[in-house]
Design a protein. Sequence first.
Length: 125
Amino acid sequence: MPFLLSNAPILPEAPRFEPEEGAEVQFLGTVRGTEDGQTITGIDYSAYLPMAEKTLATLLEKGLAQHGPHRVFIQHRLGFVAALEPSLLLRVHTKHSAAAFEICQWYLKEIKTTVPIWKKPVWAP
């Protein structure tokens, strides 16, 4: 499956290329230790899974239609994610590096603006 929404941690993984691929761009979004200038211990992420999964599937179709052949994997954590831990992973494989960067940036923008995943900061005591 090209996407995963779960409580599972994001773990490092060595790139795996297909014969026609020459580039992988990986983006890790990490929970900052502050939100709106205040210290937090982490963020509690929630989603309405049926809607979020449908939106991601549609997003993947749109990405292929707009950007041509590429492979993508998206993992977004749900539940509590501590500060300084990754909450979002994007991996984009393409033939050329410039396209991989552009497509990765496009997916990041789309995920942040269209996928129904909500965040609630957990404030430090």
